[in-house]
Design a binder for this molecule. Structure first.
Ligand code: ADP
Length: 350
């Protein structure tokens, strides 16, 4: 049985390692040598930090040890390591504490897979999107300026049809600018794994007012009323990145407008408990089909029931979630198809 077990563990392409409770290596499978370039007898009895590890920031390892040693939980993460020949490589790793009957740590088990190639591919994809978007931004801005000039009558008066057509060029172009901006955001997030935010103390009800006023202009064309509840008008100071949090708020409000019937009402409500400020946007729109709830925050995902509506990229909520996570907040929703949707965003007060 032991032999079978050993064959199986040695035969996997993931590297598997067992260390004692002081993190000295007791066992490694074959893949560890293939991945790191160190031979078995160079590894056993040593600390990983003195072999291929130790290249992350100190805080990273402190957090990792805290999770597996103090809380005795599994740690999952990505690490930059270095092979014996000095080459850098990236692994996706899981470290498990193995406990004895008395809940004391006996060993640690580490399982790592080499994701360097996948990461490089991800990087070139993100770079391509970023370069392409940058290149598109300039001509699109040109189209915006010149159609604006035409609309203002700078090149002479326009007939009704001409005005109408140029308006359509202007609107479509604006949609393209929004798409390009979203793609730039996403490629940056995918590459860095986070959204860079700059926190400042802001009076939050002012932000709500600004964003709602702007979205009301869009809602007017569908005779939709955005009703802001009194609880949202109370002054409250929160530490946020104003432009980013406005972007997330715009996204969920704009979705509510897009996916609601003409003449309906959208409710903007706020709540506060000792730790969090929560705001919500409820609509009476088409709702999100049950079987798609789990996919709504995925990149480029759009519900079955909205595909025919045309305008939308499936990036808004993906970006919003990143923004809210970067604020240590939460975003979630409740929805019933055909009845309506409520999105909630909660932000920490401290
Ligand atoms: P999109 O640009 O398509 O609106 P989002 O990322 O903002 O992309 O939203 C993703 C999908 O979530 C939408 O395509 C839609 O299917 C669904 N969705 C988001 N908000 C609502 C809403 N208020 N009502 C119904 N469906 C919604």
């Amino acid at each position: 049985e032991l032999e079978k077990f050993k064959l199986a563990v040695d035969g996997t392409s993931d590297s598997i390692m067992i260390t004692d409770k002081d993190a000295r290596v007791l066992y490694v499978n074959k893949a560890v040598s293939e991945m790191t370039g160190f031979e078995k007898d160079e590894i056993i009895g040593k600390y990983v930090g003195n072999l291929w590890g130790g290249h992350m920031e100190k805080g990273y390892y402190e957090n990792m040890w805290h999770i597996i040693k103090d809380t005795k939980q599994i740690f999952t993460g990505e690490l930059n390591n270095r092979r014996k020949n000095g080459e850098e490589y990236i692994v996706s790793a899981k470290f498990y504490p193995l406990l004895d009957k008395n809940d004391e740590i006996n060993f640690f088990v580490g399982v790592e897979s080499d994701i360097t190639k996948a990461k490089q591919l991800e990087h070139s994809k993100a770079e391509f999107v970023s370069v392409a978007s940058h290149q598109l931004r300039t001509p699109l801005t040109g189209i915006k300026w010149f159609s604006e000039l035409l609309l203002k009558g700078q090149a002479g008066p326009l007939s009704g049809d001409q005005k109408d057509y140029i308006n359509q060029i202007f609107t479509s172009n604006d949609r393209m600018i929004k798409l390009v901006d979203d793609l730039l955001d996403v490629s940056h997030m995918d590459e860095t794994g986070h959204f860079k935010i700059v926190l400042q103390t802001e009076e939050f009800s002012g932000i709500i007012k600004e964003v709602v006023e702007e979205q009301q202009l869009i809602a007017d064309s569908k005779k939709i009323k955005i009703k802001v509840e009194d609880a949202c008008l109370k002054k409250i100071k929160l530490k946020v990145d104003k432009s980013k949090i406005s972007q997330a708020m715009q996204n969920i409000l704009n979705n509510a407008v897009k996916y609601s019937p003409s003449g309906s009402v959208i409710k903007f409500d706020c709540k506060k408990d000792s730790d969090n400020f929560i705001f919500s946007v409820s609509d009476q729109g088409i709702g999100i089909p049950d079987n798609q709830h789990s996919r709504i925050f995925e990149k480029f995902f759009r519900g079955d029931n909205v595909i025919s509506t045309g305008s939308g990229t499936g990036l808004g909520l993906y970006i919003s979630k990143y923004i809210i996570n970067a604020h240590a907040g939460k975003i979630w929703f409740e929805s019933k198809e055909g009845e309506g949707t409520t999105f909630y965003i909660s932000l920490p007060i401290k």
